[in-house]
Design a protein around this ligand. Structure first.
Ligand code: GLA
Length: 389
């Protein structure tokens, strides 16, 4: 059974591009298992593009590049599984993958069976060199069907970058997640862009098929395949919190063998991860912000969690301080409810006390706050409404 909450794991593309091999994958598996990442929920290790030879074999099967993967993929998958992890691979719906390797168009069923025979648990399915006359919907449908008939549970990660109105039809294809954006880059502009593009797409986000805002760039620090400039740690914190609150898959893209303490603290924030992995999987609701506004807005989203808590995220995407406020009436907790909110800061792991009717707070540029709020009986004891710190 494939889990319904957003997948978490690591993907080779952001840092390594075509520079992948068996040693990297096995070392990464070791670190995932031993660093605490697996314990936090990061359990899929995914090899992206550039793993195969440029030609299929005489039976039309894909062949792992023997220089990169001398023992073949089953060997790598077995090793990954031996660490308690799941194993993911990559293909594409066109004539070639984005990097020009053989792709699955008209080989969907053969390839799904090959992946199953190697022990693959996750397939990222890209959209390059797609035949122009065939609708993407049909191609994703076909691979979805091939995967469901291959004899193994394989999570289907659709990656068509948000084109062809994919949000309207992707759930029909059996996909468990769908890329709702173009490719991420390791800089603040890209974080702002991808977030802005998500605003209109939240109605399509939800349990079993989540909007994929692309792999994380946390901890890349400007290095690697998509490392165009890098972000500050404040920006990485905001990026991670956004991806958590907006239910995006959390696929790490940095070299986890050299994570700094700051990177580890961001990626292993279990309270934020719990908001991402909330079993109800409800889409976030926007309280402040607009798809027609600039990318440099302050956004406030909240999410109604299983059991009745609320997660509230306040994100300052601009270059100036901002002072957002949240009226509890907008959350459905007005005076008729007889409730106040007990608020916990999940970025800093601090209880802030009880608030009545509303709160306001300050946000530094590019920074965010995320609160987990529990409804408690209103008994007249509460804090003043400004949240410091
Ligand atoms: C596309 C995808 C990326 C990555 C590359 C590989 O650009 O969107 O995530 O998989 O292809 O070539």
């Amino acid at each position: 059974m494939i889990k319904l909450t957003p997948p978490m794991g690591w993907n080779s593309w952001n840092t390594f591009g075509s520079e992948i091999d068996e040693k990297l994958i096995m070392e990464t598996a070791d670190v995932m298992a031993e660093s605490g990442l697996l314990e936090c929920g990061y359990d899929y290790l995914v090899i992206d593009d550039c793993w195969s030879l440029r030609k299929r074999d005489e039976n039309y099967k894909l062949v792992p590049d023997p220089e990169k993967f001398p023992h073949g993929m089953k060997y790598v998958a077995d090793y990954v599984h031996s660490k308690g992890l799941k194993f993911g691979m990559y293909s594409c719906d066109g004539y070639k993958t984005c990097a020009g390797f053989p792709s699955s168009y008209q080989y969907e069923f053969i390839d799904a069976e090959t992946f199953a025979s190697w022990g693959v648990d996750y397939l990222k399915y890209d959209n390059c060199y797609k035949p122009v006359t065939v609708p993407g919907k049909l191609l994703y449908h076909k691979m979805g069907l091939a995967l469901e008939n291959c004899g193994r549970d394989i999570m289907f990660s659709a990656c068509n970058w948000g084109v062809e109105n994919v949000q309207e039809w992707i759930k029909e294809t059996g996909a468990h997640l769908w890329r709702s954006t173009g490719d991420i880059h390791d800089n603040w502009e890209s974080i702002k862009d991808l977030t802005h593009q998500q605003i209109a797409l939240q109605p399509y986000n939800g349990l079993g098929c989540f909007n994929d805002m692309d792999m994380l760039v946390v901890g890349m620090n400007g290095k690697g395949n998509v490392g165009f400039g890098g972000c500050t740690y404040d920006e990485y914190r905001t990026h991670f919190a956004l991806w958590c609150l907006l239910n995006s898959p959390l696929m790490i893209g940095c070299d986890i063998r050299i994570m700094t303490p700051e990177t580890k603290a961001i990626l292993m924030n279990k309270e934020l991860i719990a908001i991402n992995q909330d079993p109800a999987g409800r889409q976030p609701c926007m309280l402040m912000g607009s798809k027609d506004g600039p990318k440099e807005q302050t956004y406030v989203w909240y999410k109604h969690l299983e059991g009745g808590d609320l997660a509230i995220g306040l994100f300052n995407m601009s270059d100036n301080p901002s002072y957002p406020w949240v009226g509890f009436e907008q959350l459905g907790v007005d005076h008729t409810s007889g409730k106040d909110l007990k608020i916990r800061d999940v970025m800093n792991h601090r209880d802030l006390g009880i608030y009545h009717d509303m709160f306001s707070t300050g946000l530094e540029p590019h920074c965010c706050k995320v609160f987990r709020c529990t409804l408690v009986p209103a008994d007249g004891n509460y804090n003043i409404s400004f949240i410091n710190g």
